[in-house]
Design a protein around this ligand. Structure first.
Ligand code: CP3
Length: 344
């Protein structure tokens, strides 16, 4: 049993918190850039098991985190459902957007289509689990249906998703059918990741905070309830961490209804507020600001120390409030990791 899994399954505090960082494998690491340069495109890296395994292990070798997260992307699900997905240098993800009911109905949701397409990801999980020390956990993940729908309707990244949100207002039934189909695909992909060796899962709802309030239940909470319940039924021993980024005042309600083993807290929610909102419901993960980590290693370490002190007695996993940014100095990450490992 690993410290990370222990916190999530026992819901009890351990001697020190477990830690890992969202986007811990990535462009701030020179060894990642080297592997990345050898690949013809980002998706190609995700679908080449030897390389995906290598970059998954890189941050663990350097910083000795308690968990590795498999190197992949949330957009492999739209890709497996039959959409065109590409990553354009400097511009982020590009998809041919869904614009009609026919587009939505054409998406693949059958297990064979999804799992055949994503076989390289499962092979990378198998290889990583074999290579990873026993005391490190392996995290599988997926984008949550609302966040994936944002990219699939908008056709690109960004932080507003105006077309996607207008589509929801104009075609609520079609949007709901889309979210249902994505939910089916997410459950298939997460189950297959467990079967390939994932010890825990994280559901990334990066754009939960953009959901219009009248649709929060239908677009964010209900699909997460369905996903967590389906996994608990088929794989009761595997903990799921939910990351409803930007959910704000609805955090407690989300935790009560979804019942994840852990909840990841974004940068805008004070950890003390989050701890109160979900007390007794699940473990807490978060919420160092990736920009503080990039800006000032000493201040980032002091913040983490203060949070660890405050969270004593609470089942707590140190992490960022969002993904690590590419210009983060490696020394800052080292400094924070040392602070966590020497905490008592
Ligand atoms: O180390 C890890 O955390 C595992 C790998 C991982 C990646 N993406 C690798 C990646 C994970 C867990 C993700 C999740 C992901 N992908 C999310 C949810 C988390 C969040 O940040 O909100 C989202 C929204 C995406 C979609 C995505 N992928 C975008 C918007 C981009 C472009 C933005 C950017 O940073 O360039 C990506 C590309 C991406 N995914 C990179 C990495 C390392 C950079 C691509 C490259 O190296 O060229």
């Amino acid at each position: 049993m690993t410290r990370f899994i222990d916190i999530l399954t026992s819901q009890k505090a351990t001697d020190r918190p477990a830690f890992w960082f969202m986007r811990q494998a990535g462009r701030y690491l020179p060894e990642y850039l080297e592997v990345r340069a050898s690949c013809d495109g980002f998706l190609n890296l995700c679908y080449t098991p030897d390389k995906a395994t290598e970059v998954t292990l890189q941050p663990i070798r350097r910083f000795d985190m308690d968990a590795a997260i498999i190197f992949s992307d949330i957009l492999v699900i739209p890709h497996a459902m039959g959409m065109d997905v590409s990553f354009v240098k400097g511009e982020g993800p590009k998809l041919t957007p869904l614009t009609s009911q026919q587009d939505i109905e054409k998406l693949h949701t059958d297990e064979t289509a999804i799992c055949t397409h994503l076989q390289p990801v499962y092979n990378a999980l198998r290889q990583t689990r074999t290579a990873l020390p026993q005391d490190k956990a392996l995290i599988g993940f997926a984008g949550a249906p609302w966040t994936l729908a944002c990219y699939m309707l908008q056709g690109r990244g960004g932080n507003e998703f105006i077309t996607a949100r207008e589509y929801l207002y104009q075609n609520p039934q079609q949007a709901s059918a889309l979210i249902d189909r994505i939910t089916d695909a997410v459950i298939i992909h997460l189950r297959a990741q467990i079967d390939a060796g994932a010890d825990a899962l994280q559901l990334f709802d990066s754009w939960a905070g953009l959901t219009p309030a009248p649709y929060l239940q239908a677009c964010v909470i209900d699909p997460a309830i369905r996903i967590v319940a389906a996994l608990r039924e088929s794989h009761p021993q595997i903990p799921v961490i939910a990351f409803p980024r930007g959910i704000g005042a609805a955090l407690g309600e989300y935790a009560r209804q979804v019942k994840p083993a852990g909840i990841s807290i974004d940068t805008n929610t004070p950890l003390a507020t989050a701890a109160k909102a979900v007390e007794g419901l699940c473990a807490i993960q978060g919420n160092l600001d990736p920009l503080l980590l990039a800006a000032d290693g000493d201040k980032a370490a002091a913040y983490v120390k203060e949070q660890m002190q405050m969270m004593k007695g609470v089942p707590y996993i140190v992490n960022l409030g969002h993904g690590i940014v590419p210009h983060t100095p490696i020394e800052h990450v080292e400094r924070v990791c040392e602070t966590i490992k020497s905490f008592q």
